[in-house]
Ligand binder design. Structure first.
Ligand SMILES: Nc1ncnc2c1ncn2[C@@H]1O[C@H](COP(=O)(O)OP(=O)(O)OP(=O)(O)O)[C@@H](O)[C@H]1O
Ligand SMILES: Cc1ncc(COP(=O)(O)O)c(N)n1
Length: 303
């Protein structure tokens, strides 16, 4: 922990929860830029703004990306990432830090070290590995650092099903049902995070009754120390759309925003799920491929 905020708040907050009376809690997102505006840093900042928290950024890479896929990745240097982190954390501080596309192990290591040195309050790790078109957003050597350096200090990690399989070194088709998701989420807990939210967007969907419609189900599990002993299923109607670019980034940054406001991890995950569902329902079909979420949808749809 390095010093304090000018108004007396802890810079990175130790483990205490924010007071809800803070009108502008701070979220720092460490992620890649998506020129298409739907995922990455852009999705994170839109989410922060919509949820009334102050968003700050440390860029890891610039991607040339649109609804059709990822055309190019331009990584930033480790020094560039570290310098951004120090600039933000040593002056403005952060109540919650969220990571997205980290690309390579050298960046993961410097992120973990910088956050640990400053006693980060709460860390949301979205272990971004692939874009919606299947393009890799990481170097394979990064997986080991993700597991050994970042997951042990995470408050919550939010893999999708392919990412969970990569982290657990399982064949890609291993997780096929909600029961498989619960098992995988519990295995991921052994890597050290306090909570795992395994996202079910990639499952075909389970029926929600006589209507024959299906649900998008995410599984939340917690370590013994978290006090969450049973798994929780976060369930929403599955929206029939192909425009889902940015769902993972949006969900994780919404969790970060709700944590910054002082919610517990299970409450933040439930509220974030409602936020992302609303944003998918109003997705924007710009481009010829996979359109992006409309982050302002919650203005109409969430109480
Ligand atoms: N069609 C859908 N309708 C409703 N919710 C969805 C749909 N698709 C995904 N979700 C939800 O969106 C959130 C993100 O899940 P998903 O598994 O899509 O993440 P992701 O794979 O990381 O995102 P991406 O594929 O964009 O990288 C989860 O809460 C998931 O249940
Ligand atoms: C820069 C960047 N970061 C992350 C993602 C994954 O997006 P998502 O999982 O939210 O669709 C992406 N496509 N681009």
């Amino acid at each position: 922990m390095s010093g304090g905020h000018p108004d007396g708040r802890a810079i990175a907050g130790g483990r205490q929860q924010r007071l809800r009376s803070d009108p502008h809690p701070r979220v720092l997102t460490i992620a890649g830029s998506d020129s298409g505006g739907g995922a990455g840093i852009q999705a994170d900042l839109k989410t922060c703004q919509e949820l009334g928290v102050f968003g700050m950024t440390a860029l890891t890479a610039v991607t040339a990306q649109n609804s059709l896929g990822v055309q190019a990745i331009f990584p930033l240097s480790v020094e560039a990432v570290e310098t951004q982190l120090i600039s933000v954390l040593d002056d403005m501080g952060a109540d919650v830090v969220k990571t997205g596309m980290l690309l390579e192990s050298a960046i993961i290591r410097i992120v973990a070290k910088t956050l640990e040195d400053r006693g980060i309050a709460q860390l949301v790790v979205d272990p971004v590995l692939y874009a919606k078109d299947g393009s890799a957003l990481f170097r394979r050597e990064a997986i080991e650092s993700l597991k050994s350096e970042l997951l042990p200090i995470a408050s919550i990690v939010t893999p999708n099903i392919p990412e969970a399989c990569e982290l657990l070194e399982l064949p890609a088709d291993t997780i096929r049902t909600t029961a498989d998701m619960i098992d995988a989420a519990r295995s991921l807990l052994l890597l050290g995070p306090q909570y795992v939210l395994l996202k079910g967007g990639h499952l075909p969907g389970e029926s929600s009754g006589s209507s024959g419609s299906s649900d998008a189900i995410d599984v939340l599990v917690g370590s013994p120390a978290s006090g969450l002993h049973e798994h929780l299923l976060l369930r929403s109607p599955r929206i029939i759309t192909r425009h889902t670019h940015g769902t993972g980034c949006t969900l994780a940054s919404a969790i970060a925003a709700f944590l910054a406001q002082g919610h517990t991890v299970p409450a933040a995950a439930g509220k974030a799920k409602r936020f992302v569902t609303a944003a998918i329902a109003e997705a924007v079909p710009h481009g010829r491929g996979i359109g992006s979420l409309w982050h302002a949808a919650q203005r109409q749809m969430i109480e």
